[in-house]
Ligand binder design. Structure first.
Ligand code: UD1
Ligand code: CA
Length: 458
């Protein structure tokens, strides 16, 4: 048994009022079309087909090798869109799953349910329905007296009675492939725009006395279709609730789920607490018993257990266990903080290693440096790593003491147990057992006489 997935993504999305192709708008930090392709990958090992039209280039470059593309040059309807996949797929799969790229919350579990049901279906179609009080312009599911699905009627074509139907077409289908390819040719264009409706396949099967199975979804969020930027924010909220709820059920405390933004690829250990207004993005891993936020952004980073991050930004960094960050700290690409590092306010670390137990309390920049264990980095310390041409390296040994406001002019080494005095400008290596003392300020007498003051004369 083999399945191919066809994702429809050619529509213009006029109502988005945006120059960006509709399916390129992100939900949960990921373009909708990428979500659709990832959903397809969970169902089938076969490369999915994405039908593209408007914004095809942008979609193709974002998706890359994860899908095969077929072009629908003119958007002549959902049925016409599926026809474009015929030559790529005919004879290649037993079943074809079809869904739209603008349904960002669609779960692969629901598609799997449809596939499983279709395997037992003597007829050629199984589709997903949703019962909702707000019909939101969806096609109505018409069932016969025996309960079987006999047609889908688009809202514009409904009789007054049909308009009252509250079982709606989600737009997610599994077809038996040979039947689909043979019968798509029977569709005829209709409606004011002369379109081929994929939904007419249902009536076609019914007219051949073939059974159609309609399975109801129990998750109203998953059929949210994005047609406007208002829908986009509704999808964003619904996804956020789904993800946050999932983590709470896994033992993560989320103080205020409404202001906690966790991307789906994030992983969080038990008994961690996520404070309000915290953004966990990309492939971020957080260990157990951490306390994150409030007001923090952590992107593509790995944190061990029992870390504390308060009001800080962490990007592409690694923190081991019991690390304390913030408030107002910034860790950038390549920052590695070993166990028990403490980094206080207004510090920045980039492409540097801070050894176990090192403390950096206030106002410091550490870039392109290797700092040992138990080092004290005084307030205002700067690794002067850039000479205008090259980035140079600073090395500080274990147990060194860097006095406040030290400028470490790289390349430079401060050996273990060495010290620098407050305000020193260190241009040469400091060997073990030495202290570097910087430029002391000289005393001059203040001269307040007005004729010596700039701008005071005529
Ligand atoms: C469609 C269904 C409707 C269902 C609803 C659920 C049809 C005729 N109607 O209506 O029963 O309730 O979805 O959301 O299928 N697309 C193409 N090429 C085209 C036309 C559309 O790729 O020529 C893509 C669009 O980009 C979009 C999707 O197909 O992602 C759905 O098209 P849309 O025009 O939004 O269909 P609906 O009117 O919403
Ligand atoms: Ca739609």
């Amino acid at each position: 048994m083999s399945i191919s997935v066809v994702i429809l993504a050619a529509g213009q999305g006029t109502r988005m009022k945006s120059n960006i192709a509709k399916v390129m708008h992100p939900v949960g930090g990921k373009p909708m079309v990428i979500r659709a392709v990832e959903t397809a990958a969970r169902l089938s090992h076969q490369t999915p087909i994405v039908v593209v039209g408007h914004g095809a280039e942008a979609v193709q470059s974002a998706v890359g090798g994860r899908a095969q593309f077929v072009i629908q040059a003119q958007q002549q309807g959902t049925g016409h869109a599926v026809m474009q996949a015929d030559s790529a797929l005919r004879g290649k799969a037993d079943y074809i799953a079809v869904f739209y790229a603008d349904m960002p919350l669609l779960r692969s579990a629901s598609l799997q349910r449809l596939i499983d049901a279709q395997l037992d279906n003597r007829g050629p179609i199984t589709l997903l329905t949703i019962v909702a009080q707000d019909p939101r312009g969806f096609g109505r599911i018409v069932r016969g007296s025996d309960g079987s699905v006999i047609s889908i009627v688009e809202e514009a074509d409904c009789t007054p009675d049909q308009l009252l139907i509250r079982e709606l077409n989600a737009g997610v289908y599994v077809f038996r492939a040979d039947w689909l390819w043979d019968n798509l040719a029977h569709l005829t264009p209709k409606g004011s725009k002369n379109e081929y409706y994929l939904t007419d396949m249902i009536q076609l099967a019914a007219s051949q006395a073939l059974p159609i199975v309609g399975l109801e979804s129990d998750d109203s969020d998953e059929v949210i279709g994005v047609n406007t930027l208002v829908h986009l924010s509704e999808a964003e909220t619904a996804l956020r609730q789904r993800v946050n709820r999932g983590w709470m059920l896994e033992g993560v405390t989320i103080i205020d789920p409404a202001t906690t933004y966790i991307h789906e690829d994030v992983r969080i250990g038990k008994d961690s607490v996520i404070q309000p207004n915290t953004h966990l993005q990309g492939k971020t891993l957080i260990g157990s018993q951490c306390n994150i936020g409030p007001n923090s952004i952590i992107r593509e980073s790995t944190l061990g257990s029992s870390c504390t991050v308060t009001g800080s930004v962490i990007e592409n960094a690694i923190l081991e266990n019991h690390v304390e960050i913030g408030p107002f700290a910034h860790l950038r690409a390549g920052a590695y903080l070993a166990d028990n590092v403490h980094m206080g306010n207004f510090g920045e670390v980039k492409n540097s290693r801070l050894g176990p137990g090192t403390r950096m309390g206030h106002f410091s920049y550490i870039g392109d440096a290797n700092i040992g264990a138990e080092v004290n980095i005084g307030a205002g310390t700067v690794t002067v790593n850039f000479d205008g041409v090259n980035k140079n390296k600073t090395i500080v040994g274990d147990n060194a003491f860097i006095g406040s406001d030290t400028m470490l002019i790289a390349p430079v080494t401060v050996e273990q147990n060495a010290r620098t005095a407050a305000g020193s400008v260190v241009t040469r290596d400091v060997p073990e057992g030495h202290i570097a003392i910087g430029v002391p300020a000289r005393l001059r007498q203040l001269n307040p006489s007005p004729e010596n003051e700039n701008g005071s004369g005529e």
